[in-house]
Design a protein around this ligand. Structure first.
Ligand SMILES: C[S@@+](CC[C@H](N)C(=O)[O-])C[C@H]1O[C@@H](n2cnc3c(N)ncnc32)[C@H](O)[C@@H]1O
Length: 269
């Protein structure tokens, strides 16, 4: 989920992200990533663009106290939630293109889940990942496929575009697996591979997802950026109500379910 600046300034956005989105939308991929990377006791794990920290938390669940786990994010609001949920993990505020390392600090596992698409300088961020990874360590980077390939989110974007004009949704802006692989190879990683993974995402209640998704779309649109708070809220309400028919085909009596696809690139240091 991209974090529109107006929403980032509302203390509750990160809490809403954690409460409504993390378990259904982000946890399953974090589990899958660590199934693939196979953590070992004592592994040092770095979660870049950690948000409210689900990747680091899954690592902690698997490693217990036998792991050294650090989560870094640019947003103090997201980190505040991460700290509240898992106070024993080392959460740090920092930019992916200038990570706040301690002297000589390196990691056996570096993961960046749905963060790369937001980094303005992807080469700098990838160089930092390379710097962070110990020799022989393993990297995993996940970025959603393009929303043009994901019918449900494409449909919701089209409803929003009726009010806002064309929206370049940053969340789905780095779906090209070949570009992701090239980025990692250019940074000097070895054994770069990627694959597309699709799975069904379920929300017991589709309403909070729809609202947060709409807030993100409005916040990302050029028109939305120019709006005052009141007008933005009005447009969010309008788009939410007009999205109901788009939700219908995905509703199955116990919430909503839709297919979502990500690239998962892995490499070695
Ligand atoms: C969609 S969230 C993903 C969060 C988390 N990895 C997860 O799976 O739930 C994207 C995160 O990227 C962070 N982010 C965006 N630009 C960043 C940057 N330049 N450096 C560090 N974090 C950044 C945002 O603050 C946000 O928490």
């Amino acid at each position: 989920m991209t974090l529109p600046s107006y929403a980032m300034n509302q203390a509750t956005f990160s809490e809403m992200y954690e409460r409504w989105l993390v378990d259904p939308l982000f946890r399953p991929w974090a589990e899958m990533t660590f199934d693939e990377l196979e953590l070992s006791p004592g592994d040092r794990v770095l979660d870049i663009a950690c948000g409210t920290g689900i990747v680091a938390r899954v690592a902690k669940e698997r490693l217990g106290d036998a792991g050294y786990i650090v989560g870094i994010d640019i947003s103090s609001d997201m980190l505040a939630v991460a700290r509240a949920v898992a106070p024993r993990i080392d959460w740090r505020e920092g930019n992916a293109s200038a990570l706040p390392f301690r002297d000589g600090e390196q990691f056996d596992i570096v993961v960046c889940q749905q963060g790369m698409q937001f980094f303005p300088d992807k080469h700098a961020a990838t160089a930092q990942m390379r710097r962070a990874l110990a020799k022989g360590g393993r990297l995993a980077v996940a970025t959603w496929r393009s929303d043009d390939e994901i019918p449900f989110v494409r449909e919701l974007r089209r409803v929003a575009e009726r009010h806002l004009g064309a929206i370049a949704d940053q969340r789905y802006s780095f779906g090209d697996a070949a570009a992701l692989e090239a980025l990692l190879r250019d940074a000097g990683f070895h054994g770069v591979r990627s694959r597309t993974i699709s799975r069904t995402i379920r929300f017991k209640d589709g309403a909070p997802f729809l609202r947060l998704n709409t807030m993100a779309l409005v916040g990302m649109s050029a028109a939305g950026k120019d709006m005052g708070d009141q007008e933005r809220k009005r447009v969010v309400e309008k788009v939410v109500s007009e999205s109901a028919p788009a939700l219908q085909p995905y509703s199955d009596g116990s919430g909503i379910a839709f297919e979502l696809s990500t690239n998962l690139a892995t490499a070695r240091g």
